[in-house]
Design a protein. Structure first.
Length: 496
């Protein structure tokens, strides 16, 4: 987790910097066009890796070279089929979007070839994740994300527009492939053992079914908003969703390791439930903090970072932020279902989520415009999170309410204080965006931290202090044991 967390902090900082530059250089319609092209390519990749990675990770026996080659063969056949379908059907798909440019057809076709990169990387990634060797993965993804942002920014500044994303994806993908393959090499090749292929597919499909429904649920923005509201609306929604879910990039470092962690705890149900509860409370504390901060200072934050042309995205940003705590529950508890091989139970719940999301989205976009998408997203995620918690284990839903219920008064009181301070400053016509941001964020942060320390159960306060105390103890020991500095006597040595 530490390796992935350090990588994620670095990658998030780089991604944020790159996205700011790209948002200022490119137009919302160009972001929307890229999102539509990505959606068109992924229509045919709804099965992903067919769940083969998760199946191999959870297997009691390590996959040998033959199984890795079988996985590679299956995915290669799937991707080649997808590329062929994409080239033939791209003009027909683009025909649904009246306001996109004709170059989108070739954008979709070229992007389809990028699907081969994850296939080539999958054998090495499976071996690394199964053995919990996340450091090479962290290096691969950290360097890949950095290169992506650098190449995308350079290309955008050179005037390449939406093609900047394509070149950036190609360079970063190839670099990441080289790094993971050097760390976990395997004999790349084809294996057509049809009996084993059928067995592997049966094992993987159950893992992939819930992920498949999640992909369908994500189609609301490009499919519904794209056709009914146009690429500019898709651009606004993309920026709003990405920034509302910003902490999930950090939480990914935890949840990505939690699947093999939960898989190894499945023989001790009590310990597994305790681990899931601790994961959720800690992650929810971060999610509530970000949600409250956006509701306190969302407008000045967007104005300061992305410029005034993105202000129409703020209402969608605030609505998406409400769903963030449900997002982290779905991530964590969904992985718990997979770790316990309760995949089909999760599939039913994710099916309900997808139906609610797509149904309400289609209904509301006609009536209230693109804001219907985040409203539907909140409703669907709330239903999904409640069902996952309620059906996971008897009493687990009420246990989570008792464990994390104190977070609600913390975030509500902090948001009210921060918003009040921000609104007082907003009444001054000369107030700048940064002044409104600071005078809203500081009261919110102070009240949220104070409320958390006062209202959190004693057990969580003790865990927090046990983590922090060694840091201060080490610092005091360093200060008291260090020799007197030469400059304190009025001169400086060459060592200093």
């Amino acid at each position: 987790m530490r390796d992935m967390f350090v990588r994620q902090i670095f990658a998030t900082a780089v991604s944020f910097g790159g996205s700011v530059v790209l948002a200022r250089v490119l137009n919302p319609s160009e972001f929307g066009t890229y999102a539509i092209a990505t959606f068109a390519v992924n229509i045919f990749m709804v099965l992903g890796d067919l769940g083969l990675g998760a199946a191999f990770i959870q297997n009691s026996k390590s996959p040998d070279d033959k199984y890795l080659q079988i996985s590679f063969t299956i995915q290669l056949v799937l991707v080649t089929t997808v590329v062929a379908l994409t080239w033939m059907l791209a003009p027909w798909i683009v025909g649904f979007y009246s306001s996109v440019s004709p170059q989108t057809v070739w954008l979709i076709r070229v992007m389809s070839f990028l699907l081969y990169l994850p296939v080539l990387r999958s054998g090495s990634t499976i071996q690394l994740e199964r053995s919990l060797r996340y450091r090479p993965i962290a290096w691969s993804e950290g360097i890949g994300i950095s290169l992506y942002q650098i190449i995308a920014v350079i290309c955008a500044l050179k005037g390449l527009g939406v093609w900047s994303f394509v070149f950036a994806t190609l360079v970063s993908g190839l670099t990441g492939l080289v790094i993971v393959y050097r760390s976990a090499p395997w004999p790349v090749g084809l294996c057509f053992d049809w009996c084993e292929i059928r067995r592997v597919l049966r094992q993987g499909i159950s893992f992939q079914s819930a992920a498949l429904l999640d992909v369908f649920s994500q189609w609301a923005i490009p499919a519904i908003a794209g056709t009914l509201a146009g690429p500019t609306a898709v651009g606004y929604l993309g920026l709003a969703l990405a920034n509302a879910k910003r902490p999930l990039f950090l939480a990914e470092s935890v949840t990505r390791v939690s699947f093999p962690h939960f898989s190894r705890l499945r023989t001790d149900i009590g310990e597994l439930h305790n681990a899931i509860n601790d994961y959720l409370v800690g992650l929810l504390w971060v999610m509530f903090a970000w949600t409250g901060l956006l509701w306190t200072s969302g407008s000045p934050l967007v104005m300061l970072i992305y410029s005034a042309k993105w202000l129409p995205a703020v209402p969608a940003l605030l609505i998406f932020a409400v769903a963030l705590p449900m997002d982290i529950i779905i991530w964590t508890v969904g992985l718990s279902y997979r770790a316990l091989n309760r995949n089909w139970s999760a599939v039913k719940i994710f099916a309900a989520r997808t139906a609610v999301n797509l149904g309400i989205s289609a209904l509301l976009v006609h009536r209230i415009g693109f804001l219907g998408i985040p409203v539907a997203y909140v409703a669907a995620n709330t239903v999904c999170a409640i069902l996952l918690l309620y059906n996971f284990a008897p009493g687990f839903f009420s246990r989570m309410i008792r464990s994390a219920g104190w977070l609600v008064p913390c975030v509500v009181s902090a948001s009210l204080c921060g918003r009040l301070a921000s609104d007082l400053v907003a009444g001054d016509a000369t107030a700048t965006a940064i002044q409104r941001l600071i005078l809203g964020a500081l009261p919110f942060s102070a009240v949220y931290l104070l409320g958390s320390f006062v209202l959190a159960p004693a057990g969580y306060r003790a865990k927090f202090l046990s983590l922090v105390r060694p840091l201060f103890s080490a610092q005091r020991k360093h200060v008291f044991n260090m020799p007197p500095r030469a400059e304190s006597f009025g001169y400086t040595t060459s060592e200093d």
